[in-house]
Write a protein that binds this ligand. Structure first.
Ligand SMILES: C[S@@+](CC[C@H](N)C(=O)[O-])C[C@H]1O[C@@H](n2cnc3c(N)ncnc32)[C@H](O)[C@@H]1O
Ligand code: SF4
Length: 379
């Protein structure tokens, strides 16, 4: 997909989940939310975002945490800069405890066509362990609110690989999710991200990773089960049902251009990447003074672009087209990464189909590790 996408980061959350290293924080006062909205308006004005991006993703953090008046204002601001009705895909993330029928209706009337609910689990003990602020009933009623407002494309985010989890537990959880008849599913394997509470507990022996072989069994079972249920595994963690794939994420994985606005959001344009200041106030101050709120900027070398294209794309079901990468970067990526390709082929993790390099079924289980071999070009 050519063109430019837009990502809008709403950084507020009602609680900070112990596993989450996204740029999100518990800021509850309305003045800070207003500060965010005012600054976002200014950032969008100088962001260079096209009037009709190929996709828009309003994520977080928790966009649904904004109260109805502020959510309405968020969309008024967005619509001042972007013609949401002309965007082929507009997604908003929501959390079950804060999404209401009223907010769903505001989002739909404003041009949002796709919604993504962070459910993670339907079990009370797991939701508590994950610091989630919602119950299984909240998740079901958030889904019903989206449907009754008119949403026909709803994703559920689920999480597996929780400490001590067995296949049977996950099977029950995924069945609960399927009972709602979602249009897309994301099933993420829990990762212990440095800097999070979970990571800290792991380091101090108060938490342990789930058994790797059980996670592999869960992963393989999930792919088979969702395939039988009519979902297509178009990426390692993502399954398209009636709603089709998430084009916004696919655009990232295909190394497309995107503009990110909001604290900590990153952007990418033709090999140049920059990231915004993460904290609300410094980010807002720069935006309001008419400046660019970026903290870091980096121009990727052709070799880095080629490596990143492989790293990002390998998790997609149809892998990466090495000839296409060579054409767009001028780098013979097959030669540059010959030893990584051969080593992973010998392990049975990668295979070539024409000019495409793909993960095998065995390789899918080690997708991050295999893709990671391409992140840093040799030499
Ligand atoms: C960062 S959240 C933002 C949306 C929303 N606030 C929520 O909680 O769903 C997006 C998704 O990332 C996933 N996620 C975040 N941290 C993760 C981790 N450490 N391991 C696996 N999945 C994670 C969760 O499934 C979550 O739904
Ligand atoms: S997982 Fe979602 S709700 Fe939890 S802290 Fe991260 S962004 Fe906020």
């Amino acid at each position: 997909m050519r063109g430019t996408s837009l990502y809008v980061h709403v950084p507020f959350c009602v609680v900070k989940c112990g596993y989450c290293d996204f740029n999100s924080y518990v800021i509850t006062d309305g003045e800070s939310h207003d500060l965010f909205l005012g600054a976002l308006d200014r950032e969008l004005a100088i962001s260079g975002v096209p009037t009709a991006p190929v996709s828009v993703f309003i994520g977080g953090g928790t966009p649904s945490y904004l109260d109805p008046a502020r959510l309405t204002r968020l969309f008024e601001i967005l619509r001042r800069h972007v013609d949401l009705d002309r965007c082929p895909e507009v997604t908003m993330e929501a959390n079950p405890e804060s999404l209401t029928r009223e907010k769903a209706a505001i989002a739909l009337a404003s041009g949002v066509r796709r919604a993504s609910i962070g459910v993670q689990s339907f079990r009370a003990d797991r939701l508590k362990m994950l610091d989630r602020a919602h119950s299984a009933d909240h998740a079901r009623s958030a889904f019903a609110d989206l449907r009754s407002a008119g949403f026909t494309n709803v994703n559920l985010d689920m999480m597996f690989g929780l400490p001590g989890q067995q296949l049977e537990e996950w099977q029950t959880d995924l069945e609960e999710a399927l009972r709602l008849k979602p249009d897309h599913l994301s099933c993420y394997n829990l990762t212990f991200e440095p800097g999070t509470r979970f990571h800290h507990e792991l380091e101090h022996g108060r938490m342990s990773r789930n058994d790797e072989s059980i996670d592999s069994t869960i992963f393989t079972w999930t792919r088979q089960h969702l395939h039988a249920a009519g979902f297509s595994a178009y990426e390692v963690s993502n399954f398209a049902g009636r709603g089709g794939p998430c084009h916004h994420n696919d655009h990232y994985w295909l190394q497309g251009d995107y503009v990110g606005v909001g604290p900590g959001a990153s952007s990418h344009r033709s090999g140049v990447r920059w990231t915004n200041l993460k904290a609300l106030e410094p980010w807002a101050r720069l935006c309001l003074s008419g400046g660019r709120p970026s903290a870091t900027a980096e121009t990727l070398t052709p070799k880095q672009r080629a490596g990143e294209a492989a790293w990002l794309g390998l998790r997609r079901a149809d892998g990466v087209d090495l000839e296409q990468i060579a054409l767009s970067t001028g780098i013979d990526v097959a030669a540059l990464f010959a030893s990584a390709i051969t080593a992973n082929q010998n392990l049975g993790f990668l295979t070539m189909r024409g000019s495409r390099l793909l993960l095998t079924d065995a390789g899918l289980l080690f997708a991050d590790r295999v893709a990671g071999d391409f992140l840093t070009p040799p030499g």
